[in-house]
Design a binder for this molecule. Structure first.
Ligand code: SF4
Length: 308
């Protein structure tokens, strides 16, 4: 039995920054620090931050006056930002800069009186945040069928943006449908899918050429982790999404000789190590790493959290 590790895998620059913001705010201001929504979609990470004094809430009315609140990596709507300001809360924004970039795009498009179609998953906090950059003139679609049913007011003044953590292949199908239905639609060259999502999906595609099963380390509410599992399934490779080693069933490994392991952008390497150890324990497997692109991306922390 061989375990083959995908590269790159696990933490992206946006997740590293978001976690560092919560940790530094805790060090600097002490507990409790309120965090609107799970700062990143990973149970292990959030449990660890909770133990250090982070309090995760879903709505700002759960935050006592005078407290410090952190916006999660997924971003927030303008309404949430305004509410925090009205209430005088001290805010640190852990929105990934690549999500903020999409917010800025939406702002520019609406300023030019263009309507905006967002391609994304309904109910995901990133989608709620991006859709909430404008009070009107925005439409959400998930599939090519949604596009075919879509009625807009200004087809000649239409733009699109995408969620950053979509499946690259699924998004291109929806974008093709959008371009076919609204030939004048304008958008980013390809999509707004971030480098980390793209690289992790490419790494899984390469890995599925060499393995007969894939384990993705990530939480069930992590969009990019779920997409990694789907990429493998679409290529006919059995795939499982696990939060940690205890979820691995020995039955999954029966008859398999090459097991791929990867991790979503919010899953820490320690969990990958524990998953690999569990597979080794169950099967005596040896471990190899696939080569992959070097990312070398990092995002700066807010200045106030750098000092001291
Ligand atoms: Fe940013 Fe992409 Fe990471 Fe999301 S997955 S936090 S958009 S780098």
């Amino acid at each position: 039995m061989q375990v083959i590790l995908a590269n790159p895998r696990g933490f992206c620059a946006g997740v590293e920054r978001a976690i560092a913001i919560v940790e530094r705010a805790l060090q600097k201001f002490g507990a409790p620090i309120y965090v609107r929504h799970e700062v990143v979609h990973n149970k292990f990470v959030c449990d660890d931050l909770r133990a250090k004094g982070a309090v995760f809430i879903e709505e700002l009315n759960e935050v006592p006056s005078g407290s410090t609140v952190i916006f999660s990596a997924h971003g927030v709507s303008k309404a949430v930002r305004d509410e925090a300001e009205t209430r005088g809360l001290k805010v640190f924004d852990a929105t990934c800069p690549l999500v903020t970039k999409v917010h800025v795009e939406v702002g520019k498009m609406r300023h030019q009186a263009r309507e905006v179609v967002m391609i994304g998953h309904k109910g995901h906090p990133e989608v709620e945040g991006t859709m909430g950059q404008s009070k009107d003139g925005m439409y959400l679609v998930e599939t090519a069928d949604d596009v075919r049913r879509l009625k807009v007011n200004s087809p000649d003044q239409l733009s699109f943006v995408t969620q950053t953590t979509l499946s690259v292949d699924d998004a291109s199908v929806v974008i093709d449908a959008l371009r076919a239905q609204f030939p004048e639609v304008q958008g980013p060259k390809k999509d707004d899918i971030c480098y980390a999502t793209q690289n992790r999906q490419d790494a899984v595609k390469a890995l599925t050429e060499q393995c007969d099963m894939l384990i993705v380390v990530g939480s069930p509410n992590s969009s990019n982790s779920r997409r990694l599992k789907e990429v493998a399934l679409a290529r006919g490779v059995d795939a499982y999404l696990v939060d940690g080693p205890e979820e691995i069933s020995a039955d999954w490994l029966l008859g398999k000789s090459r097991v791929g392991v990867t991790a979503g952008a919010s899953a820490p390497e320690i969990l990958v190590e524990r998953v690999v150890d569990r597979v080794k324990l169950l099967t005596g497997a040896s471990v190899e790493q696939l080569a992959g692109v070097e990312e070398g991306v990092s995002f700066p922390l807010p200045k106030e959290l750098l000092a001291g």
